[in-house]
Design a protein around this ligand. Structure first.
Ligand SMILES: Nc1ncnc2c1ncn2[C@@H]1O[C@H](COP(=O)(O)OP(=O)(O)O)[C@@H](O)[C@H]1O
Ligand SMILES: [Mg+2]
Length: 313
């Protein structure tokens, strides 16, 4: 029997092991898909991903990232999946990620990607992103729009995000975020989202895999959203050439944003259309994106191949 992930002894003194002993210490087919309390309850990708990896001969665990009893050194690879509570525990999460020896995505990618200020790098690279004003304090600072979206730069699942028609409400929401030490982002509410939602472009193992349409999430007059388990309607999408061209360009640029990092095992590139009908980047999700595997069952095989390819040789 291999030592279980909760066997603390398995990891004791791992830093002193020689390379050869490390290779025998880790199970070469032991994989962890790192989740969270909430992820374990509701992540729809975990069951198909685990089942497919097991069929491919992997020994798969789905531990919570914050479980102190897990020996992370015992895994050939730890894949960050549904660590959906990281946004309010970012330092703790990044410290954990730094401590895990074989992690995807690469901890350098996670450090860069867990704060949406990365959108500035993407914009500087000449790629179109949703127009964003950071930490506005006056009505003149707001982007020209009929409605605004206000969100914290460290967030996921629309947490603390809202759509406002009154500039005073948008500024008050931004002020509230800044008062708690957060970076406030204000964007025009892109009206195309009401009609067509957003298009999530999934890349697995370095290749485009599939696209999914996500229905709009922010209702007019709803106020600030807090964490909810609802994820909105999802349906398979057929991206346009323009969407594919932009998503490919964003994906190709990741290496220049995080030099030296291992190539991402997975990436989700969320696109919306601006008022001129051009695709623009809403979010580049390299940390714990839903991969929408139930919407694209064939993508599970790509995920297994990507895990195989990321194993240490
Ligand atoms: N500028 C925008 N225009 C229209 N809808 C937006 C805009 N920004 C965010 N949204 C809506 O809010 C949701 C959450 O925002 P997003 O930027 O994707 O952050 P996260 O998913 O990390 O919480 C999006 O899925 C989209 O429905
Ligand atoms: Mg999003």
């Amino acid at each position: 029997m291999l030592a279980g992930p909760r066997d603390r002894r398995a990891g004791a003194g791992a830093e002193h092991l020689t390379h050869a002993r490390i290779l025998t210490h880790i199970g070469t087919r032991r994989i962890a898909l790192a989740s969270s309390e909430r992820g374990l309850r509701i992540d729809p990708d975990l069951p198909p991903a685990s089942a497919a990896l097991r069929l491919a001969g992997f020994d798969v665990d789905t531990p919570r990232w914050d479980d102190d009893g897990v020996d992370w050194t015992a895994y050939a690879l730890v894949v960050v999946r549904s660590c959906w509570d990281y946004t309010w525990r970012l330092e703790e999460f990044l410290a954990w990620a730094t401590s895990v020896p074989r992690l995807r995505n690469d901890v350098r990618v996670l450090r860069w990607n867990t704060d949406k200020v990365y959108l500035r790098d993407v914009e500087r690279a000449g790629l179109p992103v949703v127009a964003t004003v950071w930490n506005p304090t006056r009505a003149e600072d707001l982007p020209a729009a009929g409605e605004w979206v206000v969100k914290p730069s460290i967030s996921a699942g629309s947490r603390d995000t809202a759509r406002w028609a009154d500039p005073a409400d948008a500024l008050a929401h931004a002020a509230q975020l800044m008062a708690t030490g957060r970076t406030a982002m204000v964007q025009p509410y892109l009206v195309s989202v009401d009609a067509e939602g957003e298009t999530a472009m999934l890349y697995i193992g370095g290749r485009f895999s599939h696209a999914v349409r996500k229905a709009p999430l922010l209702a007019r007059g709803e106020g600030v959203r807090h964490d909810r388990d609802s994820r909105g309607d999802l349906s398979p999408a057929d991206p346009t050439t323009a969407q594919r061209t932009l998503a490919d360009a964003v994906f190709q640029a990741i290496g220049s944003f995080v030099p030296g990092a291992a190539p991402p095992l997975y990436a989700r590139i969320d696109l919306v259309h601006d008022d001129d009908g051009r695709p623009v980047l809403l979010e580049l999700e390299l940390t714990e994106p839903s991969l929408f595997l139930p919407q694209a069952p064939e993508a599970v095989a790509s995920f297994v191949r990507a895990v195989e390819a990321a194993l240490p040789r």
